[in-house]
Design a protein around this ligand. Structure first.
Ligand code: APR
Length: 274
């Protein structure tokens, strides 16, 4: 069931304004949240029917508290991961990947753990996952990283709490849990990108979770032009040059057509194959 059945469509003026804002840019950074993936069938967190609407987010303490919590965590994972792994990028993800192929996008800073930016064709080195990834599992003792598919196969053969095959340690996905400090290196990379971009394009985030939500602010304060595409208002709206309260997929697809196919080509937009 589509989480947001009622469409919110940007006006032709808004689409034209976003295309004109992007057209001369050479160092665009996209900052994305769960809202960019709802059209791919992955619910967001704070929207109606979002993930947190059906229960509080798991915290690091919950996970460490004991075997029962970990058993529940891995059982949910065993059931839910195949569906997440089967999801595909949508028009918004594909448009950003095309901006990268056209040499205009320096990177994507995402709060998402779904891996859809990489699936859309970005150079993985240009995707900064601030909150980790659902597609990797790490041993909390020896630090070994496992591919999620490998662990999923073990879970399907032998449901329960998988242990690290190397040291017997506790395994968990590399996603950042509430109450856990965000890994410093990705955040540092994201802030460096934000400081040197000419346009910060925020897509599908409520911008309420810190310190991630600082990244677009750093860009704006460093002089970048700030544009937001989000169904709801956000705390950064007053600082943005352009706010489009509409669905990301159709909005970015329309901007892509203007930039690449309908002749708004100042600054020599390459065709940037689709
Ligand atoms: N197009 C545009 N905006 C959308 C769409 C869409 N198709 N679908 C949803 N949105 C908007 C919602 O209105 C909401 O404002 O996307 C935003 C998503 O906000 P959140 O659910 O708060 O997700 P996010 O901002 O990514 O949350 C940040 O919080 O729970 C933690 O770790 C989790 O990474 C997550 C972080």
């Amino acid at each position: 069931m589509e989480q947001y059945p009622e469409r919110r469509i940007a006006s032709a003026d808004q689409i034209s304004m976003l295309a004109r804002l992007l057209a001369p840019a050479r160092r665009i950074v996209a900052f994305t949240g769960a809202g960019i993936s709802t059209e791919s069938g992955i619910p967001d967190y704070r929207g109606p029917g979002g993930v947190w609407a059906s229960g509080a987010p798991p915290t690091l303490d919950d996970f460490l508290r004991g075997e029962e919590m970990r058993r529940a965590y891995w059982e949910r994972r065993r059931v839910n991961y195949p569906e997440l792994a089967s999801r595909h990028p949508n028009r918004a993800h594909r448009m950003l990947a095309r901006l990268e192929r056209a040499g205009r996008l320096s990177g994507v800073v995402t709060q998402n753990i779904d891996g859809l930016h990489q699936k859309a064709g970005h150079n993985p080195d240009r995707v900064i996952e601030l909150h980790g990834s659902a597609h990797h599992v790490r041993c909390m003792t020896c630090g070994t990283i496992w591919d999620a598919d490998v662990i999923q196969q073990r879970l399907e053969r032998d449901p329960g709490v998988p242990e690290c095959e190397r040291c017997g340690g506790v395994l968990r996905t590399t996603t950042v849990l509430f109450g856990e400090p965000m890994p410093a290196a990705p955040l540092r990379r994201a802030v460096d990108l934000a400081r040197s971009c000419d346009v910060m394009l925020v897509i599908g985030s409520s911008l309420v979770v810190q310190p991630a939500a600082q990244v677009p602010l750093v860009a704006q304060q460093a002089g970048a032009r700030l544009a937001l595409v989000n169904r709801e208002s956000t705390p950064l709206d007053p600082l943005a040059e352009l706010v489009i309260a509409a669905d990301a997929g159709p909005t970015l697809a329309a901007v892509e057509r203007l930039l690449f196919e309908n002749g708004l080509q100042p600054g020599g937009w390459q065709t940037g194959q689709k």
